[in-house]
Design a protein around this ligand. Structure first.
Ligand SMILES: *[C@@H]1O[C@H](CO)[C@@H](O)[C@H](O)[C@H]1NC(C)=O
Ligand SMILES: *[C@@H]1O[C@H](CO)[C@@H](O)[C@H](O)[C@H]1NC(C)=O
Ligand SMILES: *[C@@H]1O[C@H](CO)[C@@H](O)[C@H](O)[C@H]1NC(C)=O
Ligand SMILES: *[C@@H]1O[C@H](CO)[C@@H](O)[C@H](O)[C@H]1NC(C)=O
Ligand SMILES: *[C@@H]1O[C@H](CO)[C@@H](O)[C@H](O)[C@H]1NC(C)=O
Ligand SMILES: *[C@@H]1O[C@H](CO)[C@@H](O)[C@H](O)[C@H]1NC(C)=O
Length: 656
């Protein structure tokens, strides 16, 4: 008996030893042979960026499979902190925020993961992923060793990193490496104590054996401030850069080890009011081939861009504030709707020269549907709907408070006061020091008078009588995500001046359209409205070309019927729930919800984006689909939307 047991134990131990030496599950750097080592063997990754926060969770698997079928062996993934901790101490990891489900799907698909948990991520995402509540501390030094900032980061990482650590490659998961911060060298602060603090945090949660790295833009200054001993230094660059010169720069900071381009730009982003960006397919595929032939590791940014749903777009601030559009199509190999493009096929062709492409067909584009026109009805103006939109009532303050001060971080806030004197001939309403962040829609007694806009519209004329109600609806168009101006508070900064009077005694209404809509408003509890019709006239659907002469451009003059107004309509169920695109012909600027989901901003008057992506699974095949539109400036005379079967992301702009 005793001997048998002993033999059994010896046998089990020897099995264990054989298993562990056969499957070491390790990922490391071979400094001698200038490559990565996976399970002790040389490894080169061909990776693509995909942001789960920009794709509905029901499509994650589809997108990952298409990436796998292109021949990628890894994906690169940002974790947006503000997506998971929108309010301090309140965490969300369910549904579209279920990071572990996403990691699991990638693992099942056969994709390794390069994780980029920030805390700052840029990504053209609201505030570069930092939560707006950090700004409640005035003058907080973001992305530095500021004690309050570090405390918030530490609390967040204590929640995030234990979840992630289970997915490390060495522990049976698929995460092969983890990026610390993001292009930190591009930030003015250059604070090594901050990087060291992050390094310690990552090490304490992820262990000593996890491969940590940094990514920086391709200049010496950026490499200087963004790198740290113990974190492997990588670079990022696009098709306009000389590959050998770029990798020579990486070599100055990492004389040995694998060459890595962590962000090879397959496309580029769009800003409202600017030309649509694209990157030539030939240049992408040629340069990819050049890098892979050198044995370099490449991550393509983006492989699948997706959508800035809701209020999640970021903004740049160089000479002026420039807001990023809703679509994050990025001219990437997979479109915003996850459809393969010629760019994807060209990339797959290149990859096939270096590694085996999985057998089997590339999954096709998802089907698209032209549902035609839906007519909308006016629900009311925002000023008249505050009972519903701000059920808790306003905050009172002598001077205006910021969005952050009233803890209403995204969307809209309405500031209300009274005209201190009669101004029948009009007086200038001025935001001194450029303090409207980012746009303000101004009405007197519910009648729209015009708007103020950050950097470009700092004064407008207002008329009215003493005691009239002045309403200023301020829109947050996305916090700055890059550069030195990321402390981007929203609302009215400082004060508003009318003529020579500083306006005081404000009622400040946090406008919660999303909350009201999620409770069923404005479709529920309305008994006397006519069902809108699908289609106008004989043709259910007209091509964009045939509509060209028919487009009603809004009359942008202020007045009757203009200003922030809510509309609603119904897309009747027709048994099919396919992807579609909403075109807002003649509408000016605003926001659209379908069945309670905020699809993002529209601004066809500025362009270049003309259509909003509607993921098919949002639609019901059996129940009326509820559409809500907030138009901020002026709706067309015929208030209808067109559901088309293709996107329009590149229309000439400058009409407003
Ligand atoms: C990841 O996938 C591999 C291979 O399919 C599987 O053996 C492993 O258990 C998965 N890991 C996790 C954490 O699910
Ligand atoms: C790229 O830079 C290298 C030197 O770093 C130079 O020899 C080469 O000619 C450059 N290539 C191009 C296309 O400019
Ligand atoms: C966008 O449209 C303009 C005008 O039609 C055209 O010149 C430009 O090449 C287009 N850009 C892209 C990226 O398709
Ligand atoms: C805005 O709505 C309020 C309340 O319904 C109404 O009294 C007011 O006339 C409306 N203003 C305009 C310009 O329609
Ligand atoms: C305001 O009114 C004055 C006088 O009517 C006019 O000269 C000025 O251009 C107006 N300003 C704006 C911003 O409309
Ligand atoms: C549309 O709204 C009505 C009223 O709130 C609700 O009964 C219905 O379920 C909604 N439709 C969908 C598809 O959610």
């Amino acid at each position: 008996m005793g001997l048998k047991l002993l033999l059994a134990v010896v046998w089990l131990v020897s099995i264990q030893l054989t298993l562990s030496s056969a499957e070491p599950r390790s990922f490391s750097i071979d400094y001698k042979n200038n490559c990565f080592l996976k399970d002790g063997k040389p490894f080169q990754y061909v990776s693509g960026s995909i942001h789960y926060s920009r794709i509905p969770s029901y499509y994650w698997k589809d997108r990952l499979l298409k990436m796998y079928m292109t021949g990628l062996n890894a994906i690169q993934v940002y974790v947006p902190w503000n997506f998971h901790e929108p309010v301090r101490g309140v965490y969300g990891f369910q549904g579209d925020r279920d990071l572990e489900h996403f990691l699991s799907l990638a693992n099942q698909t056969g994709l390794l993961v390069i994780l980029r948990p920030g805390p700052y991520i840029c990504a053209e995402w609201e505030m570069g992923g930092l939560p707006a509540w950090l700004l409640e501390k005035p003058n907080i030094h973001l992305r530095t060793a500021d004690a309050d900032y570090l405390e918030a980061v530490s609390s967040w990482f204590a929640v995030l990193l234990p979840r992630v650590s289970k997915w490390l490659y060495s522990r049976g998961g698929n995460i092969i490496s983890v990026q610390v911060e993001n292009e930190y060298g591009s930030y003015f602060a250059c604070d090594y104590n901050y990087l060291r603090h992050l390094q310690t945090l990552f090490r304490s949660f992820l262990g000593e054996d996890t491969l940590l790295f940094t990514t920086d833009g391709n200049t010496d200054r950026e490499m200087m401030c963004g790198t740290l001993e113990g974190l492997y230094a990588t670079v990022d660059f696009g098709t306009d850069t000389n590959v050998s010169a770029a990798f020579a720069r990486q070599r100055r900071f990492e004389p040995k080890g694998p060459l890595v381009n962590s962000e090879f730009y397959t496309g580029w982003l769009d800003h409202w009011g600017e030309a649509h960006a694209s990157v030539d397919t030939m240049r992408v595929s040629r340069m990819l081939e050049e890098m892979l032939a050198m044995g370099a590791n490449v991550n393509m940014y983006m492989f699948e861009g997706g959508t800035n749903f809701g209020y999640w777009n970021g903004a740049d601030y160089d000479s002026r504030y420039r807001s990023v559009v809703t679509s994050y199509d990025y001219n990437a190999p997979l479109t915003e709707a996850g459809d393969p493009t010629d760019k994807l096929l060209a990339i797959r062709e290149v990859i096939s020269k270096f590694r085996e492409i999985p057998e089997g067909p590339m999954p096709p584009a998802t089907p698209k549907m032209e549902y035609g026109f839906v007519t909308l009805q006016r629900v009311g103006n925002v000023s008249g709907l505050l009972d519903v939109l701000t059920p808790q009532g306003p905050v009172q303050s002598h001077y205006p408070l910021t969005f952050e001060e009233i803890k209403h971080y995204y969307g809209f806030v309405l500031y209300r006061t009274k005209l201190p004197q009669s101004i029948p001939d009009g007086q200038p309403l001025i935001s001194p020091r450029n303090g409207i962040h980012d746009r303000a829609y101004v009405s007197v007694n519910g009648v729209y008078q015009g708007l103020l806009e950050r950097d470009t519209g700092l004064v407008m004329n207002v008329t009215g009588q003493e005691g009239d109600q002045l309403d200023v609806l301020v829109e947050n168009m996305g916090r700055v995500n890059f550069g030195s101006k990321i402390n981007d508070n929203k609302g009215i900064m400082g004060e508003l001046i009318l003529g020579s009077n500083v306006l005081t005694d404000w009622l400040i209404f946090p406008v919660d359209l999303d909350g009201a809509i999620s409770r069923g408003w404005p479709h529920s509890g309305m008994h006397h409205w006519l069902p809108p019709h699908l289609g106008d006239g004989p043709a259910l659907y007209e091509t964009p070309d045939s509509l060209a002469g028919d487009e009603e451009m809004p009359d942008l003059l202020a007045g009757e019927g203009a200003g922030p107004t809510v509309y609603k309509g119904i897309l009747p169920p027709n048994g099919i729930a396919w992807d579609t695109y909403i075109k807002l012909i003649g509408w000016t600027k605003g926001q659209v919800w379908v069945n309670g989901v905020n699809l993002g901003r529209f601004w066809p008057a500025r362009g270049p984006q003309q259509t909003l992506y509607v993921p098919g699974p949002l639609l019901s095949t059996t129940r009326s689909n509820n559409i809500t539109v907030l138009e901020l400036e002026k709706a067309p005379t015929t208030t209808r939307l067109l559901f088309m079967d293709r996107p329009q992301l590149n229309a000439t702009m400058g009409k407003s």
